[in-house]
Design a protein around this ligand. Sequence first.
Ligand code: ATP
Length: 364
Amino acid sequence: MRYSNTSQPHIVHKVQNSTASIIMTAIATLGSHCSLQVLKGAKDEGLKTILVCEKKREKLYKRFPFIDELIMVNSFKEVLNQKCQSILEENDAVLIPHGTLIAQMSSDEIESIKTPVFGNKRILRWESNREMKEKLMREANLPIPISVSDPKDINSLVIVKRQGAAGGKGYFLAANEDDYNTKRNQLISDGIISKDETLYIQEYAAGVLAYLQFFYSPLKEELEFFGVDQRHESDIEGLARIPSEQQLKTNKVPSFNVIGNSPLVLRESLLDEVYNMGENFVKAAKKLVSPGMNGPFCIEGVYDENAKFTSFEFSARIVAGTNIYMDGSPYYTLLFNEPMSMGRRIAREVKTAVESNQLGKITT
Ligand code: ATP
């Protein structure tokens, strides 16, 4: 391993792993969320791999031999710096966006990235803004829970959310206006949410959680259904493990902070509707936010007792729930005769686009 002694950001070359790739394009991503899966998939496709790595995580990421190069930074925001972007440009890198990019940068910052971003970077603004998100979901005809614009109008169980991809942290349930104010004030005094933060209130949808993962290929003009996961959230799940007597005695506001994911397969009779929802979403995105929903995305919601799906959220990029299928998912086993993770599927699309001179079609 070779260290450069330039000022930040600097590169750590892992020379022994730089396998000669026929295609010069590199896959780059931020070191967090699903970066291991993304870079392993890229390496499996014979592409060079680059990780933008925060110093505090260097030890972790150096454990993985499929990462060719680490760009060391103090904070992910440095990806916006000229120096970091030049390194990516020299490598003809395509940047794969994920939840950490959205959580740590504003939509304006993301849109200012010069490095080609896989998929549609402009749709990430629609993911981060609750009103735009709702507009796109309506256009896609997704059955969404009613949103409540004024806490005074809360008359059934609601979930209160923060803007952007907060991963459920600081979210809370409320049954009426008083309940809302008490919990909001408590979270403000605990420093979890700020006083002037605009919160989004939505009717609570009860049922079996299902996060439907898709990939839309603009090259093939085809939608693929990849898999389903469930999120495990703390400490709302912890609360369900204690008897109601103890639940009633606690003052703590339970959060929906995601801790991990587990796999789920659906009743086969639900699949047709799943494809329809995915296709409607792709169609709506094409109409509202050019060039549309290219690459991986996820429609998130619950199935009720009549197997009716209600969708409370979408992610317009790879979700961390795909990490459970690093060796391929049950549904991709039906489409590919080789282990195909979402990370590898992305790299395959990049490779195909480079080979056919269509990189502009899959990046923004
Ligand atoms: P991410 O961007 O990481 O997916 P997020 O911060 O945008 O997350 P949501 O996915 O909207 O947050 O919500 C977080 C969690 O809250 C969900 O996983 C789900 O458990 C719960 N949740 C959100 N909306 C609803 C709803 N309307 N009804 C029931 N549960 C909900």
